[in-house]
Design a protein around this ligand. Sequence first.
Ligand SMILES: NC(=O)c1ccc[n+]([C@@H]2O[C@H](COP(=O)([O-])OP(=O)(O)OC[C@H]3O[C@@H](n4cnc5c(N)ncnc54)[C@H](OP(=O)(O)O)[C@@H]3O)[C@@H](O)[C@H]2O)c1
Length: 362
Amino acid sequence: MSDDGLEAFDSLSAGKRIDDDANYQWRVAARPVANVVPSDFRWTVTDIPEPRDGEVLLKTHYLGLAPVMRFYMQGTGAAGERALEPGDVIHGRGVAQIVKSRHPDWQEGEMVQGQLGWQTYKVSAMTAQEKFFKMPKNGLPAALGSGVLGMTGLSAHAGLFGCGDPVQGDRMLLSGAAGGVGSMVSQMAAHVVGCEVVGMAGGAEKCAFIRDHGCSQAIDYKSEDIEESLDALMPGGIDLYFDNVGGETLAACLDRLRMHSRIVLCGSISEYMREQPFGLVNYTRLRATESRMQGFFVYNHLHKWERVMDDLAGWIDDGRLQPVQDIEDGFQNMPRALANLYYGRNVGIQCCSVRGEPEHWN
Ligand SMILES: NC(=O)c1ccc[n+]([C@@H]2O[C@H](COP(=O)([O-])OP(=O)(O)OC[C@H]3O[C@@H](n4cnc5c(N)ncnc54)[C@H](OP(=O)(O)O)[C@@H]3O)[C@@H](O)[C@H]2O)c1
């Protein structure tokens, strides 16, 4: 995709800055028709809200970006969040510090992660719907709570281990390998389990990146014939396919399944801009190979949160998981950071630094 559309976001962020005396927000101005464009976003400035009894005031430090956000803006409720109307603050999870508390269970100075929305302050009653978690003091940067040690990390872990049942020696294919979920799945599959991972990504630079992050081989799906490359690199077929893209790639994998193989349906980003969903005509390959295709939805795996975060932090500590977050600097650049995902500009988890690391936290 040409970068012309992405450059249009420069004028949207030009002249916008945040300070600590007001609440800055990005709202839905119009529903995106295809990819997001600058006129879909509206910048507003309001007073900082005051917490009442049972509430806290949160000051945003980092926000994570996810492909699903375009669906919210289009008016589709997804990922456990309600659909947005024009004028609404855009949904987004991130990392914040509690700067005032009138809630018995949440203390001033604590760092948390949860549903903050695209805004620099938020008053919250910390309801279950907002899914807030306290950030563990494990010496790792708070920034990781907006990605690797956040919902993206849980997605990668729940998809790979909860659905994929990987075993050492599995010949695994991974699409979207240079993206947020993908860059974690590749490293966990290769370095924690011992799978032999072939990754797919767009462009030579991303292919070099994935070879350094768990993939022994890479397919540049933008310049190579996918079917020919799969036959060359995985001549015996596929034991495990972790699917981030859907569409033709998923169909090509179904044709190359080994006996008793597994497909994890994580995402289908190649289909998100299509008017009609891609129709699979070769699903009966599952029957012939006695294979399994299973989807998962990260919000159904929240009960695993603490165990998963311990696993991930442990693997970061022992070097098996290198955290890769692509951090856009400045809250004014949130719309461009979202567009990056659909233009394939991010490497690793796309996040935005609103205020950087806090000076102190409990
Ligand atoms: N099931 C769940 O609960 C769950 C949870 C989280 C995420 N997801 C899904 O998992 C997928 C990955 O999510 P993420 O947050 O890690 O995002 P991500 O992979 O970082 O998303 C952006 C990447 O997708 C690739 N891409 C963009 N358009 C594409 C297209 N038309 N065809 C193929 N690839 C395309 C680009 O990489 P290239 O440059 O390599 O093309 C881009 O960098 C998404 O589909 C997301 O919706 C599902």
